[in-house]
Design a binder for this molecule. Structure first.
Ligand code: ADP
Length: 192
């Protein structure tokens, strides 16, 4: 199954994607993780992305598309994948649509994790303490939430218009939310 997880920073996408990958037995592709690996490796791309990410801005569409094309060309994605952190704007959504159409593997479904803004801010503050991510400072968090509302929310509508969207309540325990996701994608799994 080819699935994209949508949700604001702090919505729990990454955590749920990790669980889903075990459940669905497909790779979890997180563009944030791919970028952080580049930063950690000190590659030219990582050097370019580092400051942009720390500010909470989006890294360029061209860089992301190149990274994603490379990742999706690997053999382990033949049986599907879970995409987390991409697409983040409409240009990325249509680039992804074109890429998947070209390889004859359209997206099966999009799951949006719905969590209200106040709780997002609270969760990221908790994560900042626990993980010390460079972009979990208050200014960067504000910017990421604003970019989500302005640029990523339209991506939710993009998948809704294609009839591929299911919205899942992202508030509750990790188990609760995971169960809801499994229930939400069950009809798609049966068809696929
Ligand atoms: P979060 O969703 O909590 O903000 P991510 O790990 O998904 O965290 O992303 C961290 C940062 O990586 C983003 O703020 C952005 O700078 C960069 N990034 C990740 N995915 C993309 C993307 N699809 N397009 C542009 N930048 C991205």
């Amino acid at each position: 199954m080819r699935l994209v997880l949508l949700g604001a920073p702090g919505s729990g996408k990454g955590t749920q994607a990790t669980r889903l990958k075990d459940y669905l037995q497909v790779p979890h592709i997180s563009t944030g993780d791919l970028l952080r690996a580049e930063v950690a490796a000190g590659s030219p791309l990582g050097l370019e992305a580092k400051a942009i990410m720390a500010r909470g801005d989006l890294v360029s569409d061209a860089i992301l598309l190149g990274m994603l094309e490379e990742r999706l060309s690997r053999a382990d994605t033949a049986g599907g994948f879970i995409l987390d952190g991409y697409p983040r704007n409409l240009a990325q959504a249509s680039a992804l649509g074109a890429l998947l159409a070209r390889i004859g593997q359209p997206m099966d479904c999009a799951v949006q994790l719905d969590v209200d803004n106040e709780l997002l801010v609270e969760r990221i503050a908790g994560r900042a303490k626990a993980e010390g991510r460079a972009d979990d400072n208050p200014e960067s968090v504000r910017k990421r939430l604003a970019i989500y509302a302005q640029q990523t929310a339209p991506v939710v509508d993009y998948y809704r218009q294609q009839g591929k969207l299911t919205v899942v309540d992202g508030v509750g325990t990790l188990d609760d939310v995971f169960k809801r996701i499994i229930e939400a994608i069950a009809p798609v799994r049966e068809v696929g």
